[in-house]
Design a protein around this ligand. Structure first.
Ligand code: MN
Length: 134
């Protein structure tokens, strides 16, 4: 099962998105601030990180820069999530090292498309076993 690390400080967004991703067949780990997100990316080795940009302790921009600067985590795809649909944010996200970018409010089909593009396919049914893995 693929693991997504969701770094999001807003409890309602975090709970809603993690539930919906779990229903789509992903294992979801959550971090509530940017520093914890960086630590958990190292300790949990997720397949992908969903990174809110507005976070306490360490914002999403800096957390992503740290992930992309560290050999242990630089290969992990990061999708930036931001509420600010401002011109220039996409550019800023890509410059920070994010692999893709999406805006809140989350439209799940659109976000899933970006996740699947970076992971090379859908998660499969939530109750699928690991039998297809080597
Ligand atoms: Mn936030």
């Amino acid at each position: 099962m693929r693991t997504i690390l969701l770094v999001e400080d807003n409890e309602m967004n975090r709970d809603m998105l993690s539930r919906r991703l779990e229903r789509k067949g992903y294992r979801v780990e959550v971090a509530v601030d940017g520093l914890r997100g960086v630590e958990m990316a190292v300790s949990h080795a997720p397949d992908l990180v969903l990174m809110d940009m507005s976070l306490p302790v360490l914002d999403g921009w800096e957390a992503t820069r740290r992930l992309k600067a560290a050999p242990a985590t630089r290969h992990v795809p990061v999708i930036a999530l931001t509420a600010h649909a401002m011109a220039g944010d996409r550019e800023k996200a890509l410059q920070a090292g994010c692999d893709d970018y999406d805006t809140k409010p989350i439209e799940l089909p659109r976000l899933l498309g970006k996740i699947e593009a970076l992971l090379g396919g859908a998660a499969g049914p939530a109750d699928a076993t690991d039998k297809e893995s080597p």
